[in-house]
Design a protein around this ligand. Structure first.
Ligand code: ATP
Ligand code: MG
Length: 560
């Protein structure tokens, strides 16, 4: 057990305390957790919290974590989701090794256990309709009413249940229920449904079954079969715990897993319901589950969030038992601080405005050396070309400067990052008065530093690229998908809170030449702009497309 002590380096939480005690007391010699997604959608950032908890605990305590598909509802489940879930868990950096399971692999055992309950007089076949069952169930304040079929004989129940399995009855005509307590204050114990008839093809077991177990009847027993020691749920399952335990107590299961609950992740400016995310995809509001604005793991991966940043975020927010909201800016800050360390710098002009350096020879060019990271000489440097015509950002010039504007104005000087000091000498406009070009002069003595030859100091430093050398790219500036902190709040349609400016596409950005050969995986800091990476789907050899991963600073607060 010394290894346990040594490996636990991360922040403590109540689950760690429980596990620590269970290992110290000898209750368990090792721990087994599981991440149990239902393959009915893509994973999102909330699932990342659960994945990090389950796989993280197994890693830190030298145990193991299973990936288990909770596939009890074939109506909504698809192989596409199974594949993407596995890919996302791996992307997050976790590995289930050989411990990949499907709840559906236990369908025969679960069926036998249902038969066992019938034989014990603890389950019966129900003929009431779904509506009648609901009406008989009672309310939070009123006890339920026992069904007339509750007293069926064991023989009749066994016969009907086997005929349900054989596919003799239509969908919805009968269910199997546990016989527990119709007066229980916990509604989950009022004879819960165990099996329903569903003539549906299942993505994992095909057409073998005409009846499917309910989630509650499958989950705890599957935990027991797999030898899960600590079964970790989100808080809304707290009221299911007595049922979870009722099954373990009333069936000859091989182990006694224990259920624990933690608070789910709620993130501002986001919706996380799979149903709503699916709706956004179906309506075409987003381009797919992997749209870079989506909170799905495939979305944030495509956008360029590093998996390390997502794990750091999950670690930072911790594990508690009270529901709370996490501001999305905390996630963004994790991404920013990760990329600030790792991203090489590059220059990109997103809203190009040409500056012609009149005192620089027409056919000449020269190179400057620029560090790839200001604090990390080990990341090396690259050459950037300078020539007579350069692109600067339209935002870095003002004809009528506002107070405190330290960038380019007519008659003023700025330092080109890693290049010369230039002065603006004039503006060219079209017939409508739009600025189409600037003219200027460079100071040949200013190759290094921010001081001119005569010692004048220049305040503003701007980024730029040589027009003759630049590569053109489309850049997509992503912003939050919703403009309200809680688009999900009661009653209102969450779609009314969609942020109309959640993406701005700039088709003709000018990038330094070194980015032409950049690879898709590298995330860059475009100096003074933010962090960017090539879009892995849309960026092609002839057409560069970059996604903005995150801005350089948190500008959301100041924007409002
Ligand atoms: P649904 O059950 O409505 O389809 P779900 O989001 O609960 O949606 P599951 O596939 O059941 O989807 O989730 C897998 C695991 O992830 C579960 O253990 C669940 O508790 C956990 N999980 C889901 N959403 C969150 C969240 N926002 N924060 C933390 N854990 C979550
Ligand atoms: Mg669920």
């Amino acid at each position: 057990m010394t290894t346990v002590e040594q490996t636990v380096t991360t922040t403590n939480n109540f689950l760690r305390t429980v596990i620590d005690e269970d290992l110290k007391s000898g209750k368990h010699s090792g721990i087994v957790t599981r991440f149990p997604p239902e393959p009915n959608g893509y994973l999102h950032i909330g699932h990342a919290k659960s994945i990090c908890i389950n796989f993280g605990l197994a890693r830190d305590f030298g145990g193991r974590c299973h990936l288990r598909f909770d596939d009890t509802n074939p109506a909504k489940e698809e192989q596409e989701y199974i594949d993407s879930i596995m890919e996302s868990v791996r992307w997050l950096g976790f590995d289930w090794g050989q411990h990949l399971y499907y709840a559906s692999d236990n369908f025969e055992q679960l069926y036998q256990w249902a038969v066992y309950l019938i034989e014990q007089g603890k389950a019966y076949v129900e003929d009431l309709t779904a509506e009648q069952i609901r009406a008989y169930r009672g309310t939070l304040t009123e006890a339920g009413t026992e069904s007339p079929h509750r007293t069926r004989s064991v023989e009749e129940n066994l016969d009907l249940f086997s005929r349900m399995r054989a596919g003799e009855f239509p969908d919805g005509s009968r269910v199997l229920r546990a016989k527990i307590d119709m007066a229980s204050p916990n509604i989950n114990l009022r004879d819960p449904v165990l099996y329903r008839i569903l003539h549906a093809s299942h993505p994992h077991v095909g057409d073998a079954w005409k009846i499917y177990p309910m989630y509650d009847f499958a989950h705890g027993q599957t935990d027991a079969i797999e030898g899960i020691t600590h079964s970790i749920f989100t808080l809304e399952f707290e009221s299911h715990k007595p049922l979870y335990e009722w099954f373990l107590n009333n069936l000859p299961v091989p182990a006694r897993p224990r259920q624990y609950e933690f608070a789910r992740l709620n993130l501002t400016y986001t919706v996380m319901s799979k149903r709503k995310l699916q709706e956004l995809v179906q309506l075409g509001t987003v381009s797919g589950w992997d749209d870079p604005r989506m909170p799905t793991l495939v979305g944030i991966k495509r956008r360029g969030y590093p998996a390390t940043a997502v794990r750091a975020f999950c670690e930072l927010i911790g594990v508690g038992r009270s529901d709370s909201w996490i501001d999305v800016s905390i996630l963004e800050e994790c991404v920013r601080s990760d990329l600030n360390e790792s991203a090489p710098r590059a220059m990109a002009v997103l809203r190009p405005l040409k500056l012609v350096i009149d005192n620089y020879p027409v056919d000449q060019s020269e190179e400057f050396q620029a560090a790839n990271h200001p604090q990390k000489p080990e990341m090396g440097s690259r050459n950037i070309s300078f020539s007579r015509e350069i692109w600067i950002d339209g935002d870095d010039f003002m004809e009528v400067p506002s107070k405190g504007f330290h960038r380019l104005i007519v008659g003023g000087e700025v330092k080109l990052r890693s290049g010369y000091i230039v002065k603006c000498t004039g503006v060219v406009k079209d017939n409508e008065g739009n600025i189409v070009e600037l003219h200027g002069e460079y100071d040949p003595a200013s190759r290094e530093g921010i001081h001119t030859a005569d010692g004048r100091k220049v305040k503003g430093v701007i980024h730029w690229v040589s027009a003759a050398h630049a590569v053109t790219a489309e850049v997509r500036l992503f912003d939050r998908l919703f403009s309200d902190p809680n688009p999900d709040r009661g009653g209102a349609d969450y779609k009314q809170f969609l942020n109309p400016g959640s993406v701005e596409t700039l088709p003709f950005c000018k990038l330094e030449a070194s980015l032409a050969g950049s690879d898709v995986e590298t995330r860059y800091q475009f100096e003074r702009q933010g962090y960017f990476r090539q879009d892995p789907k849309d960026s092609l050899p002839g057409k560069l497309v970059f996604n903005r991963i995150v801005t350089l600073r948190d500008v959301w607060g100041t924007k409002k």
